[in-house]
Design a binder for this molecule. Structure first.
Ligand code: ZN
Length: 203
């Protein structure tokens, strides 16, 4: 199983990090060892003093495919989820400055929270899904898939030009604005509409 992540997919988040708007989606991967095990707390790694939460809509691939046309992309997934792309922002900034890959900042153990999945039939359109993240009961990030720069089916088309998608692969579709630092004892709870999808304790 692999995790393919999309960076810079929401205009307001690009602005808050002072990034350039990309011509193509920015892709990076997380290894399978980055998945935070169910019911486990997230431990802030000792190499960072500025770990950020990034709440993101997830897509679970159900069929092998490459060079998938966006017209047929909907046949490759049945379930939509929500997760967190934990990011050691201090380390990522250093790597970015030097033009180095981001893996150490985004692929470390526990950096991928994968919440529950909902059948896509529960939604009128996957391009109009409301989601938000609460930190200690207060909403810190809010998004809707309608404002993604690249929609889910376009992402599948783009990603599958480079990487064969396999059953069980998960796509992190990028974060909306409002990212911020986590501290010990924080509780992060993710929602699609008003349904709780995950709740994580930070240590
Ligand atoms: Zn992200």
């Amino acid at each position: 199983m692999k995790i393919i992540c999309v960076g810079r997919n929401y205009a307001a988040h690009i602005e808050e990090l002072d990034n350039e708007k990309p011509k193509d989606p920015v892709l990076f991967m997380k290894p399978d060892t980055s998945v935070l095990l169910k019911k486990q707390p997230f431990f802030i790694p000792e190499f960072s003093s500025d770990v950020h939460y990034e709440v993101e809509i997830l897509v679970k691939i159900k069929k092998i495919g490459k060079h998938i046309d966006r017209k047929f992309a909907h046949k490759y997934y049945d379930e939509i989820g929500l997760g967190i792309d934990f990011t050691a922002r201090d380390l990522q900034s250093k790597l970015k400055e030097k033009g180095l890959p981001w893996e150490k900042a985004k692929g470390f153990d526990g950096a991928a929270v994968i919440g529950n999945f909902i059948p896509k039939t529960a939604f009128e359109s996957v391009d109009n899904i409301d989601f938000h993240l609460e930190k200690n009961g207060e909403t810190v990030q809010q998004g809707n898939t309608a404002i993604m720069l690249w929609k889910i089916d376009e992402l599948i088309e783009y990603i599958s030009k480079y990487f064969t998608l396999k059953i069980g692969d998960i796509i992190f579709t990028g974060t909306p604005s409002g990212v911020g630092k986590v501290n010990p004892d924080d509780v992060l709870t993710g929602f699609i509409d008003s349904t709780e999808i995950f709740s994580i304790k930070v240590k």
